[in-house]
Design a protein around this ligand. Structure first.
Ligand code: KIV
Length: 268
């Protein structure tokens, strides 16, 4: 039974050390946040995926800091126990000064407990500065959607040995810079296992197989309401549930039991 005290970075670290899976789901408003908290999620991520699932954009690139502040503050009004991570949108952390100023807004006006930013070596200085100023940071490696045009599409990353080695080195670098958590998106399961075993901080996977310390899904994928082709790493938990609260509970239970993701949701 999860602890009723508010979830912090220390809670997540303890969960990793005990081998307890961390459950994270994205949320963009107060009503779903209430349902997610009632279902027992540990972490609510106000993701810039809102650009696609809420705003109907083709990518996350058009999302602004103001958009994130608005949705984060809606989520914060309903938040009680779960740790609240808020994405820093595209180009809002291109310099250390921008990172500090925008992260301060996300915390002050948006009620963030932790901010998330994408990238490896290029963002290590920003991570160091944020952590040095008392702002907890979640890093994000692998498929980093804000770099979709550089990556040439939404593709699995780290499949060859050179890129896998680079990803592992960047993960270590981000941990050393002060990151408290690391999202691994769309990488082979074996690489995610290696990264998770080599870091002290917890890893949260999406399309990264079962060996991460926790799992995250975009809420609208979990409920099967994202239009278009369903990505391989998602599952519609509403299919076998009577209602939304039961679907959310099924996701929480499946992650905690190590029953999601299964091989068919993972990459090699
Ligand atoms: O924006 C988002 O929802 C995310 C998750 C996919 C990890 O970054």
């Amino acid at each position: 039974m999860p602890d009723a005290a508010p979830v912090t970075s220390a809670t997540l670290l303890r969960m990793k050390q005990r081998g307890e899976k961390i459950v994270c789901v994205t949320s963009y408003d107060a009503s779903f946040t209430r349902l997610l908290e009632a279902a027992g999620v540990d972490v609510v991520l106000v993701g810039d995926s809102l650009g696609m699932v809420i705003q109907g954009q083709e990518s996350t690139l058009a999302v602004t800091v103001q958009d994130m502040v608005y949705h984060a503050s809606c989520v914060a009004r309903a938040g009680q126990r779960a740790l609240r991570i808020v994405d820093m949108p595209f180009m809002s952390y291109a310099s250390v000064a921008q990172a500090l100023g925008n992260a301060a807004r996300l915390m002050r006006e948006g009620g963030a407990h932790m901010v998330k930013l994408e990238g490896g070596g290029a963002v290590a200085e920003a991570v160091r500065a944020l952590a040095g100023h008392g702002i907890p940071v979640c890093a994000h490696l692998g498929l980093t959607p804000q770099s979709v045009h550089q990556l040439g599409g939404y593709r699995v990353q780290g499949r060859d040995s050179e890129s896998a080695t680079k990803l592992l080195e960047e993960a270590r670098l981000l941990e050393a810079a002060g990151a408290s958590l690391l999202v691994l998106e769309c990488i082979p399961s074996d690489l995610a296992r290696q990264v998770s075993a080599n870091l002290h901080i917890p890893t949260i996977g999406i399309g990264a197989g079962p060996h991460c310390d926790g799992q995250v899904l975009v809420l609208y994928d979990l409920l099967g309401i994202t239009p278009g082709k369903r990505p391989r790493f998602t599952h519609n938990f509403l299919e076998d549930a009577d209602d939304i609260p039961q679907a959310l509970r099924a996701f929480v239970d499946a992650v905690r039991a190590g029953e999601f993701p299964r091989p068919e949701h993972s990459f090699s």
